[in-house]
Design a protein around this ligand. Sequence first.
Ligand code: 6PG
Length: 245
Amino acid sequence: MTNKLIVAPTMKAWVEQAVDHIVGQAKRAIQSKGRFSLVLSGGSTPKPVYQRLAEQDVSQQVNWGNIFLFWGDERGVPPNHPESNYRMAKESLLDHVPIPADNIFRIRGELPPAQAAEDYESRIKTFFTANEKRFDCILLGLGEDGHTASLFPGTPGLTVADRWVVENPHPATGSWRITLTYPAINATRSLLFLVTGENKAAIAADCIQNPNSPPDYPAKKITGSETRPIWLLDQTAASHIIGVN
Ligand code: 6PG
């Protein structure tokens, strides 16, 4: 399954493209089945997208009572920790939209890693129904080493095929992360990579243009199932892609 590339001319346009995709997916899911499950990405890249989603002219377009939020990964820290992906989303989005607390499926990074992973997986499975066993939309970041979520090169989490959530170590620091696995991510209906910045240009170009060639960066294994992954880049992140001016 090849990747679909969108290059936004400015950062403002990049944010609007991301928001339009998410809101469009939400409207379609809510119209067809009454609810929309969105998996948020961590790191710093998505923060302006979350902030835009929280602005009234956008947030009022959807019923937040029908939206259910998850995370693709979390650091092994409490929710108020500066490195918490939940904290970033709370400050930029959750505190500014009328989403019920029960609709927020925070990864409990304060728990021991294995317990946090089991707890999150259990809550995901309870959320799903017999007819709906996958997320509607997932937002994904890209690390300069080709990781996505907390699926880092050379780590055990890459080989997990029988679980949806696993604890996985950060290769440089050894600190624990809790992450969705390839099966969970690839089952998702709509997959959106959000990538900006010159520092991501080389790795993004390789992942997008050579998805089936070495090096087998973890992000290359994100193939989707029902639809092709969409890569939404700003001009700087797309600067190494052939044919993109
Ligand atoms: C995390 C993310 C991770 C992130 C990339 C890019 O917990 O850090 O889930 O996969 O998306 O590392 O991070 P930046 O957006 O900060 O460059």
